[in-house]
Design a protein around this ligand. Structure first.
Ligand code: PMP
Length: 365
C-alpha cells in the first residue's frame, strides 16, 4: 500500500467545474460558454489589471510588505484592526488551514446539507466526524436543528451565507442571534464567499460578534471581484486566532500579483463595483423570469448563481451532459443530493442567451 494517512481514503476528490479547454477539445466545438463555477464574467477591475502588471517588476522578492498593506486595507474597510485579519491563497486555502487550526481526531463538525463540499473533506481529513443537517423546505438553514444537534463533542459549525449551491441566505437577525448564542461554546465559521451579492441590509453584522465569539469569517476575491485566477482570500477573527492561523499557515502562500490586485480592487472607486453588481443582478432577474417561463422552479437567489429545478422530472446530470456537448457548462446537482436541480452561474447577457437557447433545445428533446 502507499501508506497514506487513513483519513485520505474517506475523502472524495474535489470535482471542479469543467473548463472551457477540456470541453472544446472533447466535443470538437469552436465556442464554449462557462457558467459552472460561479465566477464573475466581467473579470478584474482595470485598476487591478494595472496593479498586476506593476507587480511583475517585483516578483523576485517575497511579498511581506504587500501582506501588511492588504491586511491594513481590509481591516480599515471592515472597521477592524490589522490583528484581526489574515490572508490565504483563496478562501479554499483559508478553509483548509482553519480545519487544521481547529479540528482534532474525534471532534464533531456540523454542516448543512447541501453546502459547499470542501468543508466535509477538510474536516474528515483532520479525523473529525461529520453531521449533516438538511436545509428547510425553503432552502434556508435549519439553525434550530443545528443547535439541537450540538453535543459535548461538537467543535465546529460551517455556515455558508449565501449558501452554495442554493444561493439562499438566512435571515440576518436569526443568523446573528445563532452566532451570539452558540459562539460562546462552539466554533462557527461563516463563509461569506458570495456575501457581496446580498441585497442591502440583509448581510449579518459581524464586527461586534467577532470581538468575543468563537467566530471566523471567510471572504474571497474570487467571486464578486472577478479574481478567481489569482487566488486571494482572507479571514477575520479575534487577534489570538489570527496569530495562531499565521503560525500554522504556509508562509507567503498568496502571490505578489494577487496581493497587488486585491489591494487595488479595494481602493478602486465604488462606482465599478456597483456597476458590475447591477449588471449581474439585472441579468439574474431576467434569467429567473425566463427560466420560470420555461417550466423551471427557480429558488430565489441572493448570489451570482441560480439553483433551479428542471421541468418534467428531467435528470440534471443528463441535461448538463447534453448542454456540454452543445458548448455550455453548468453544474449538475445530483452530487449534492439534488438530482432534479441545476446550478447556473450568471454570465454576460450574450452568454446567458447562448445558454437559454441551448437549454430550450435540450429540454424539448
Ligand atoms: N467558499 C465557497 C462557498 C465557494 O463556493 C468557493 C468556490 N467555489 C470557495 C469558498 C473557494 O473559493 P476560492 O478558493 O476561489 O476563494
Amino acid at each position: 500500500s502507499l501508506n497514506l494517512r487513513k483519513q485520505v481514503d474517506d475523502c472524495k476528490p474535489y470535482i471542479a467545474g469543467e473548463t472551457e479547454a477540456s470541453v472544446l477539445k472533447r466535443y470538437g466545438l469552436n465556442k464554449v460558454v462557462k457558467l459552472g463555477s460561479n465566477e464573475n464574467p466581467f473579470g478584474p477591475y482595470k485598476h487591478a489589471k494595472k496593479a498586476m502588471q506593476e507587480s511583475l517588476e517585483v516578483v523576485n522578492r517575497y511579498p511581506e510588505d504587500d501582506y501588511v498593506e492588504l491586511t491594513a486595507t481590509i481591516a480599515k474597510i471592515n472597521n477592524l484592526d490589522v490583528t484581526n485579519i489574515a490572508l490565504g491563497s483563496g478562501a479554499g486555502n483559508v478553509i483548509e488551514t482553519v480545519a487544521r487550526l481547529l479540528l482534532d481526531e474525534g471532534d464533531e463538525v456540523l454542516i448543512a446539507k447541501p453546502t459547499y463540499r470542501l468543508y466535509r473533506e477538510v474536516s474528515i481529513l483532520m479525523g473529525a466526524t461529520i453531521r449533516e443537517i438538511p436545509v428547510k423546505s425553503d432552502f434556508t438553514y435549519d439553525l434550530e436543528a443545528m443547535e439541537e444537534d450540538i453535543t459535548d463533542k461538537t467543535k465546529l459549525i460551517w455556515l455558508c451565507n449565501p449558501n452554495n449551491p442554493t444561493g439562499v441566505i438566512n435571515d440576518r437577525k436569526e443568523l446573528e442571534s445563532f452566532i451570539d448564542r452558540v459562539g460562546d461554546d462552539v466554533w462557527i465559521v461563516l463563509d461569506e464567499a458570495y456575501a457581496d451579492f446580498i441585497a442591502g441590509g440583509q448581510r449579518p453584522e459581524i464586527v461586534e460578534l467577532l470581538k468575543n465569539k468563537k467566530l471566523i469569517v471567510i471572504r474571497t476575491f474570487s467571486k464578486f471581484y472577478g479574481m478567481a485566477g489569482v487566488r486571494v482570500g482572507y479571514l477575520m477573527a479575534q487577534a489570538a486566532v489570527i496569530s495562531a492561523f499565521d503560525t500554522i499557515t504556509e508562509p507567503f502562500c498568496v502571490n505578489r500579483t494577487g496581493l497587488f490586485a486585491a489591494k487595488a480592487t479595494l481602493l478602486a472607486d465604488q462606482e465599478q463595483a456597483d456597476r458590475i453588481k447591477n449588471l449581474i443582478l439585472d441579468e439574474r432577474a431576467r434569467m429567473e423570469s425566463i427560466l420560470n417561463e420555461m417550466g423551471f422552479t427557480v429558488i430565489p437567489s441572493s448570489s451570482n448563481f441560480i439553483f433551479a429545478k428542471l421541468p418534467n422530472d428531467l435528470y440534471s446530470a443528463t441535461i448538463c451532459e447534453q448542454l456540454m456537448a452543445k458548448g455550455v457548462i453548468i453544474r449538475e446537482c445530483d452530487a449534492w443530493g439534488y438530482p432534479a436541480y441545476v446550478r447556473i452561474t450568471i454570465g454576460k447577457k450574450e452568454e446567458n442567451d447562448f445558454l437559454l437557447n441551448k437549454l430550450a433545445d435540450v429540454i424539448e428533446n
